[in-house]
Design a binder for this molecule. Structure first.
Ligand code: ADP
Length: 321
């Protein structure tokens, strides 16, 4: 019933009385009043004025299953949304249901992650609201060796969507970070379950700092949010829709062509690692210049003696000199 009341309030210009809502739904005014009190507790900004009735002010960035479902306009990715207020990580939610046979495209979203992860077991700070933490279940019919490139594809799509929604100068730090002014607004963690030649499933986990105002001290130099950069709030569900729309389009293309080369040009344009002097940090650490991306999404670097090397994302980190 709460969802029906929300629909009525959102589709009414001005005020509507409790009695009228009750009539539409075949319930009492008291029942309407109770439901509205509950919605207010959830954070909805609903005004009640004597003799006029109720009115919703759509100015709060609430995410829940209904809000997200209403905002998503895609064919497959996000057709089914699982929203949970608090989870260990949205990747865990997807892995669990993937093992039970859940279909491709289901997206898990949470307000808080108690154990959000980055690459190599690093921590992803997402223990408070205001962020967009979500994971997508994919079952691509491709060679398992081609799955890691989905991380780059997701980064490209987050970058495109964030630029569109915010107008900010968003770029990619190879391989998997989306940044503004060299500070991270998004991290992506891809995990998968494979057999020798077959992918069971891939989970693409994406964390975007949307309306975050304060980061823990240790992240203040490396992290920022869309709100901090733009000085205003953004709608998380709208951003989610934009990311999923792009990712659906790019993912379908990738599965069809089976090759990252169709995206390298756009990726290189959005990637601000390219053209920079960097330190490649791996088994061996050395200074180099990042010159491009190959058809597998690997970084091509040039050492100071002019020799070129390929850098794989799993092995190294790239830091500015
Ligand atoms: P990288 O490969 O750049 O080290 P990861 O994808 O492994 O990054 O993400 C983990 C790292 O991201 C952490 O070590 C931390 O420095 C940083 N980090 C953690 N939480 C956040 C956040 N909410 N926003 C931005 N950066 C974060």
């Amino acid at each position: 019933m709460n969802n029906k009341i929300l629909d009525i309030l959102k589709n009414t210009e001005g005020y509507i009385s409790g009695e009228e809502i009750g009539e539409k739904l075949g319930v009492s005014r008291t029942a309407v009043w109770k439901a509205i009190s509950k919605l207010k507790k959830e954070g909805y900004n609903i005004e009640a004025v004597n003799n006029r009735g109720y009115h919703i002010i759509d100015d709060v960035d609430i995410i829940n299953e209904k809000e997200i479902q209403d905002a998503i306009h895609t064919e497959i990715l996000g057709k089914k949304i699982i929203f949970k207020d608090t989870v260990t990580s949205t990747n865990d939610v997807i892995k669990y249901i993937a093992e039970k046979g859940e279909k491709e495209g289901t997206v898990a979203v949470s307000e808080i992650q108690t154990a959000g992860r980055g690459r190599m077991g690093r921590k992803w700070e997402s223990e408070r609201g205001d962020g967009l933490w979500f994971s997508i279940l994919l079952r691509p019919d491709i060679d398992p060796r081609k799955a890691p490139m989905l991380t780059l594809l997701a980064g490209l799509c987050v970058c495109r969507a964030a630029r569109r929604v915010t107008g900010l100068d968003v770029s990619i730090k190879w391989p998997n970070d989306v940044i503004i002014n060299d500070k991270k607004i998004c991290g992506i963690l891809t995990e998968m379950s494979t057999e020798i030649q077959k992918i069971n499933y891939v989970v693409v986990g994406i964390g975007i700092n949307v309306n975050t105002e304060n980061f823990p001290e240790e992240l203040s130099d490396v992290a920022t949010s869309l709100k901090k950069e733009a000085g205003k709030d953004f709608s998380r569900k709208e951003l989610l829709n934009e990311v999923l729309k792009d990712f659906e389009m790019y993912y379908n293309k990738y599965v069809k062509y089976g090759d990252f080369s169709i995206f390298t040009e756009e990726y290189e344009k959005m990637c601000n690692t390219i053209g920079r002097d960097i330190n490649v940090i791996g088994r061996e650490t050395y200074p180099a210049k990042a010159v491009g991306i190959n058809e597998s999404g690997e970084l091509i670097v040039e050492r100071e003696n002019g020799t070129r090397e390929i850098v794989f994302s799993g092995e190294v980190s790239v830091r500015r000199r």
